[in-house]
Design a protein around this ligand. Structure first.
Ligand code: SF4
Length: 99
């Protein structure tokens, strides 16, 4: 998501951003308005960039654990990430309960 241009604070845990395939792209591509009409092609185009990205896993992990609600991150849409985040939170709760 043109992540180098994002306002997120930079720290060592986010060094992966230096290898983002979207770092010189159009940030707007990764923030479609809605999920129908022209947004469908926009989402597919953003996902195509993510599909070539060497840090896709890191990006998706960051988006889920930091609850990035908007935009395409790690090749996933907002709705797709909500599902993944629910699963991640359930795993976190189960781990806490087991400890
Ligand atoms: S996975 Fe997609 S949004 Fe994330 S850094 Fe790579 S190209 Fe950007």
């Amino acid at each position: 998501m043109a992540i180098l241009n994002s306002p997120l604070p930079w720290d060592a845990t986010l060094e992966w951003r230096r290898n983002a395939a979207c770092q010189e792209g159009d940030t707007d591509l990764f923030f479609p308005i809605g999920v129908t009409g022209p947004a469908v092609a926009q989402i597919e185009a953003a996902k195509a960039v993510c599909g070539q990205c060497p840090v896709r896993a890191e990006c998706l992990d960051f988006a889920i654990t930091s609850n990035q609600e908007f935009g395409v991150w790690g090749g996933t849409t907002e709705d797709e990430r909500r599902v993944l985040r629910r699963r991640w939170r359930a795993t976190q709760r189960a781990a806490r309960a087991a400890s």
